[in-house]
Write a protein that binds this ligand. Structure first.
Ligand code: G6P
Length: 608
């Protein structure tokens, strides 16, 4: 995602702008650029690819100037080449932008009809043209900025530099974050506090609808009508990095996109990437000796456990008892000390899960905790802790914690299989190799499916009920898909085992209830397609989430087909999690719900 930096300084800024861009690299980007004003003239250097390329350009052709702006671009409109890289220049106006100008095509047509020529494929260029047009009409930069802000719509953070106004930067926010940093005789702008960290820790976050005029020693904040507003100045904490939404509109979106990175951290604890073997697991639980495994958890963590059950049983031939913790704790299930118990919890504080853990402990079972928060009560009371390393998860609807839980459970199941002699060294290597490839595949999938998920969500938001179907590990995933959708979009959704369709939910099928079928081309594919046929025969609309082989094998008409790469069965649940997360996310965004804090839900449920 794009990163923005600006400095109104007293000493040369180009090098410092690039340093600040480096701190924004974690967002991901595919080109970068920097622009300054020197001797009343705008100049810029831009480069495709990594910052290293931009630095080479700057070494060869340095940029002087004490006022400047810089940008890392994550391409949305237009390919990631140097022409489309920001800053964009039009007649003495320089613009960097993060977000999407939604009415750019009509503005572009209007400006073209007035004889303006566009040199990039970006949506951002219309902002520069509008500003240049207003300056040409005689407006000062402030008035031009306000007039432009009243013409564009969409999600944006903007920083603008005017050639004839070298001692000020203008900024605006409507969606993506933007912070003003207060220095000594210098002022800064940045996408987040971390970008500005070495310059200052005195920060003012703009809110949506703010326009800022930043000089060397002050910042004035206006609404888009030009009325002055006041925003608090705060001292940014060291923790700003971890609780910052970055350039995302919501924590949930940020957390979805963090998955490739956090999953590799998680995996690196459990598998050796070089030898392609699982690392030895905590010795407190001897998977070779346990007679069976009891798993318990709540919500999304429970559904991760349900997928884990398939893996422990298949790969380690280890029988698994699993139940939601609120039932488990009261079921008076007979337990044997030869069993081990696994509790899965992002927070490590969920009351029912903790109570189930204590019940097992009283019965003499060895306890393992798959947790995100290592200092949590559940972790403290367990014999073995299996951290999922997802980093803080802020969005109430769990995303990255879920896939990290899965990555850890898959690694543990392979390890258990190895210990029990049911996974051969060759199988171990093959399975681990698939796990190791997973982060790269996830990053690719996130990249390719995003536009389709967004447009499909608009369709989905028209319905009141949705049915999710899947078989094998895709069955718990179907339940997770339904859970995500209902949690944040408030659309009624159910997840069913595809084979159960004819035992009830088929009665509900008509054109008003889309059926989302999760079906990788696996051992169950043909059976799931038969269930799809039953849906199609009753006029049901199908959203088909499959892989390339599955898409090629099915000829059934669908409302949409989401085609993912072909992947091995062991990583399919993590890869197929991505479209269901994005579908829920974009549907909720489209419906305007409070995505990160959905009504009535809590992130950590510490009461029964
Ligand atoms: C709440 C959250 C869910 C979570 C569940 C279990 O319902 O909203 O996202 O899956 O609690 O929480 P835990 O922290 O134990 O994983």
């Amino acid at each position: 995602m794009c990163g923005i930096v600006g400095i109104v300084g007293t000493k040369p800024v180009a090098g410092r702008l690039v340093d600040a861009l480096r701190r924004l690299e974690y967002r991901g980007y595919d080109s970068a650029g920097v622009a300054t004003i020197h001797d009343g003239v705008l100049d810029r250097r831009r480069a495709e690819g990594k910052l290293f390329n931009l630095e080479k350009r700057l070494d060869a052709e340095p940029l002087a100037g004490v006022t400047g702006i810089a940008h890392t671009r994550w391409a949305t409109h237009g390919v990631p080449n140097e022409t489309n890289a920001h800053p964009h220049f039009v007649e003495g106006v320089a613009v960097v932008h993060n977000g999407i100008i939604e009415n750019f095509s009509e503005l572009r047509e209007e400006l073209k009809a007035e004889g303006r020529e566009f040199s990039t494929q970006t949506d951002t260029e219309v902002v520069a043209h509008l500003l240049a047009k207003y300056v040409r009409q005689g407006l000062d930069p402030r008035a031009a900025m306000l007039k432009m802000l009243n013409r564009v719509s969409g999600a944006y953070a903007l920083v603008v530099m005017f050639q004839n106004d070298p001692d000020r930067l203008m900024a605006a926010r409507s969606g993506p974050p933007l912070a003003i940093g207060f220095g000594a005789g210098e002022m800064f702008l940045g996408s987040d506090a971390i970008a500005l960290a070495p310059f200052t820790n005195e920060i003012t976050y703009l809110v949506d609808g703010d326009c800022a005029i930043v000089t060397r020693d002050n910042a004035t904040i206006l609404d888009f009508q030009g009325r002055e507003v006041s925003r608090p100045r705060q001292i940014s904490q060291a923790t700003a990095y971890v609780v910052d939404k970055g350039n995302h509109r919501h924590f949930m979106e940020k957390e979805i996109y963090e998955q490739p990175e956090v999953i590799s951290h998680a995996l690196s604890q459990y598998v050796d990437f070089v030898s392609q073997k699982v690392r030895p697991v905590a010795s407190e639980i001897d998977f070779a000796k346990v007679s069976s495994l009891a798993i318990s958890a709540c919500g999304t963590a429970y559904l991760a456990g349900l997928i884990g059950k398939y893996w422990f049983e298949r790969y380690a031939r280890l029988p698994v008892e699993i139940d939601v913790a609120s039932e488990f704790r009261y079921r008076e299930m007979p337990l044997l000390p030869t069993q081990a118990a696994l509790f899965i919890s992002q927070s490590g504080e969920t009351a029912d899960t903790l109570a189930s853990l204590r019940y097992c402990k009283e019965n003499g079972l060895k306890i393992g905790a798959v947790v995100n928060v290592r200092e949590s009560t559940i972790a403290r009371e367990s014999d073995a802790v299996f951290p999922i390393m997802a980093g803080p998860e802020i969005g109430v609807a769990s995303t990255k914690a879920f896939t990290c839980q899965l990555a850890v459970l898959a690694s543990l199941a392979i390890g258990a299989g190895k210990a029990r002699g049911t996974v051969s060294p060759e199988d171990e290597q093959a399975l681990v190799r698939h796990l190791v490839e997973m982060p790269r595949i996830m990053a690719r999938v996130l990249n390719i499916i995003q536009p389709q998920m967004e447009s499909l969500s608009r369709e989905l938001s028209k319905f009141n009920d949705v049915l999710y179907l899947g078989r094998g590990t895709s069955f718990p995933l179907a339940m997770e898909g339904a859970l995500k959708l209902k949690e944040i979009s408030y659309i009624h959704a159910e997840g069913y085992a595809a084979g159960e369709l004819k035992h009830g939910p088929i009665a509900l099928i008509d054109e008003n209830m889309p059926v989302i079928v999760i079906a990788p081309y696996d051992r169950f594919f043909d059976k799931t397609v038969s269930n799809m046929q039953e849906v199609a025969a009753r006029g049901g609309r199908i959203i088909f989430i499959t892989d390339e082989a599955g898409a090629a094998a099915s000829t059934l008409p669908t409302m949409a087909t989401i085609t993912l790469p072909n992947v091995d069965e062991i990583i399919a649940p993590m890869i197929f999690s991505l479209p269901i997360q994005l579908l829920a996310y974009h549907t909720a965004v489209f419906m305007g719900t409070d995505v990160d804090q959905p009504r009535n839900l809590a992130k950590s449920v510490t009461v029964e």
